[in-house]
Design a binder for this molecule. Sequence first.
Ligand SMILES: *[C@@H]1O[C@H](CO)[C@@H](O)[C@H](O)[C@H]1NC(C)=O
Ligand SMILES: *[C@@H]1O[C@H](CO)[C@@H](O)[C@H](O)[C@H]1NC(C)=O
Ligand SMILES: *[C@@H]1O[C@H](CO)[C@@H](O)[C@H](O)[C@H]1NC(C)=O
Ligand SMILES: *[C@@H]1O[C@H](CO)[C@@H](O)[C@H](O)[C@H]1NC(C)=O
Ligand SMILES: *[C@@H]1O[C@H](CO)[C@@H](O)[C@H](O)[C@H]1NC(C)=O
Ligand SMILES: *[C@@H]1O[C@H](CO)[C@@H](O)[C@H](O)[C@H]1NC(C)=O
Ligand SMILES: *[C@@H]1O[C@H](CO)[C@@H](O)[C@H](O)[C@H]1NC(C)=O
Ligand SMILES: *[C@@H]1O[C@H](CO)[C@@H](O)[C@H](O)[C@H]1NC(C)=O
Ligand SMILES: *[C@@H]1O[C@H](CO)[C@@H](O)[C@H](O)[C@H]1NC(C)=O
Ligand SMILES: *[C@@H]1O[C@H](CO)[C@@H](O)[C@H](O)[C@H]1NC(C)=O
Ligand SMILES: *[C@@H]1O[C@H](CO)[C@@H](O)[C@H](O)[C@H]1NC(C)=O
Ligand SMILES: *[C@@H]1O[C@H](CO)[C@@H](O)[C@H](O)[C@H]1NC(C)=O
Length: 562
Amino acid sequence: MPLKSFFFSAFLVLCLSKFTQGVGTTEKEESLSPLELNILQNKFASYYANDTITVKGITIGGWLVTEPYITPSLYRNATSLAKQQNSSSNISIVDEFTLCKTLGYNTSLTLLDNHFKTWITEDDFEQIKTNGFNLVRIPIGYWAWKQNTDKNLYIDNITFNDPYVSDGLQLKYLNNALEWAQKYELNVWLDLHGAPGSQNGFDNSGERILYGDLGWLRLNNTKELTLAIWRDMFQTFLNKGDKSPVVGIQIVNEPLGGKIDVSDITEMYYEAFDLFKKNQNSSDNTTFVIHDGFQGIGHWNLELNPTYQNVSHHYFNLTGANYSSQDILVDHHHYEVFTDAQLAETQFARIENIINYGDSIHKELSFHPAVVGEWSGAITDCATWLNGVGVGARYDGSYYNTTLFTTNDKPVGTCISQNSLADWTQDYRDRVRQFIEAQLAIYSSKTTGWIFWNWKTEDAVEWDYLKLKEANLFPSPFDNYTYFKADGSIEEKFSSSLSAQAFPRTTSSVLSSTTTSRKSKNAAISNKLTTSQLLPIKNMSLTWKASVCALAITIAALCASL
Ligand SMILES: *[C@@H]1O[C@H](CO)[C@@H](O)[C@H](O)[C@H]1NC(C)=O
Ligand SMILES: *[C@@H]1O[C@H](CO)[C@@H](O)[C@H](O)[C@H]1NC(C)=O
Ligand SMILES: *[C@@H]1O[C@H](CO)[C@@H](O)[C@H](O)[C@H]1NC(C)=O
Ligand SMILES: *[C@@H]1O[C@H](CO)[C@@H](O)[C@H](O)[C@H]1NC(C)=O
Ligand SMILES: *[C@@H]1O[C@H](CO)[C@@H](O)[C@H](O)[C@H]1NC(C)=O
Ligand SMILES: *[C@@H]1O[C@H](CO)[C@@H](O)[C@H](O)[C@H]1NC(C)=O
Ligand SMILES: *[C@@H]1O[C@H](CO)[C@@H](O)[C@H](O)[C@H]1NC(C)=O
Ligand SMILES: *[C@@H]1O[C@H](CO)[C@@H](O)[C@H](O)[C@H]1NC(C)=O
Ligand SMILES: *[C@@H]1O[C@H](CO)[C@@H](O)[C@H](O)[C@H]1NC(C)=O
Ligand SMILES: *[C@@H]1O[C@H](CO)[C@@H](O)[C@H](O)[C@H]1NC(C)=O
Ligand SMILES: *[C@@H]1O[C@H](CO)[C@@H](O)[C@H](O)[C@H]1NC(C)=O
Ligand SMILES: *[C@@H]1O[C@H](CO)[C@@H](O)[C@H](O)[C@H]1NC(C)=O
């Protein structure tokens, strides 16, 4: 967290805790005073003023890489098929790897092919367009490049043993998707979501590794195979002219820095970029996308940046590459539900985190463009199997009964969001809508754009654009805010409810960090994107700076008056 933001939030929280001393959580919450209202109005006004957003994206997760919490019925069916095959064996299907391994090739193929065929169709792309999105992020696993399942033979004749079903199946569906995207004038960002051996151990990488070492860059051939796949992606999708919908290639999703040495990840990023530049001709505008690897905001500023060659020389010498740091886009993912501290946050702290997060990213933009490429409406981790098949939620403590992880923190509450929307309380709905509005507003104004996770799910409502929109919890169109006017001021008719939600008079206000959450789920482009269009750097306007100052002064006055 940058110092300014840190002091700013610390200051605010101090102020608030001063407000809130001695007031119990059950006490009736009061509305905001005019002074407090003014604070929020000042704060949000700056976010609505100049919406020059480029990316308004949606991910179609859980399609070509399956995820148990997105389509639980697929995994339940797999388990019952496995029981039919061998009722006496212990069945534990927790990810696509164990699904394929347990069922064997033919049964997995039938099940998965049916899923690919039915879960996403042309109609989804048409709806994505009419809903106002301009970009689709499509996750795909490395195993899409498997060429002979019997021999575990991959592209470039590399052998890598795994049980995955492929033989070109996923690439066939990807091609359909690209045709639909072209038809509906949607831009596409391809995302290598699972790397050989798993780059993060999350089930959404294909292979869940809760406790052990990760295989990526450690097991034989994982590096060679990754490079071969990158080369094929670049040769296939670059230089396709302005008819091709592919505007960005994300080389690998969420490599888990910490479990994998960050210097190894960095070196791979350079090798990928070298390959990319060697395959890209000078008139091609496809953007090279890197995930932040769970490093703090600003970590990648000097990397892949020709102004700081001494930094890149440490890892790799880009031979003769002619590029601008603006050609490399940094993808940040942000959720507020994967630590006990985040889950215990007040609604105010949650929104304040988003504000600080957007401000931090804004400071990166002169180095690299940056999007919040994953975020959701979730304020708890209660969606069934969100943390994995058989794993509970931190929110109600069941996580710690179903894993080897432990905590001293008390459970936050009782899970309700895994239930159907009809069972949600109005209070919970309000919080989800406010959280979504705050993220839309701030990411639209302070970053190169945003990509919501996810287009649809079977029953994980907080992660499901279609269900959220249907329940009127996601603004449609995206700037049709309920809690704010177009100029950022608060709608009077909602101000008291927002104040109750955003400034609950509790003593539990928690200051949490703005760094990327440790763990993902389990985590432009109007017209044709050109590199320069993708990366418009918005200058932080004087007006904005002035409003922050005004805000700080107001807060100082507020504190002084207490
Ligand atoms: C928004 O942009 C317009 C035109 O570029 C400018 O006049 C105005 O000051 C900006 N407002 C803010 C709040 O940045
Ligand atoms: C699961 O099995 C049921 C019953 O056979 C079937 O209706 C459904 O389509 C299957 N779902 C998936 C995702 O395979
Ligand atoms: C069924 O599973 C059991 C236990 O894993 C195993 O011993 C047996 O050989 C399996 N039977 C078949 C037909 O695969
Ligand atoms: C099946 O799982 C149970 C409980 O985990 C265990 O006691 C048993 O030995 C396992 N059986 C086989 C054949 O692996
Ligand atoms: C899988 O299907 C193929 C083609 O239909 C068939 O030749 C093969 O014997 C099947 N394998 C098994 C293990 O059933
Ligand atoms: C892969 O192996 C096949 C058969 O041995 C050979 O014809 C082909 O040229 C090889 N491809 C590459 C990229 O080495
Ligand atoms: C990995 O490669 C090394 C060197 O080629 C070899 O000695 C070793 O047996 C390989 N390990 C595995 C698990 O294949
Ligand atoms: C470079 O790519 C463009 C499309 O981006 C294509 O039209 C052109 O033919 C390519 N030129 C070369 C030399 O490959
Ligand atoms: C790439 O961007 C440049 C500058 O905007 C544009 O002239 C060119 O046509 C674009 N290339 C393609 C293939 O769209
Ligand atoms: C890159 O080049 C510099 C200067 O020529 C050299 O000092 C450095 O060791 C090289 N780095 C790598 C990783 O090869
Ligand atoms: C976790 O296990 C403890 C001890 O068995 C039990 O008291 C508690 O209710 C469990 N919590 C949940 C949420 O299942
Ligand atoms: C904005 O959303 C409201 C529901 O919250 C809806 O009634 C209204 O039609 C929407 N406005 C537009 C312009 O679509």
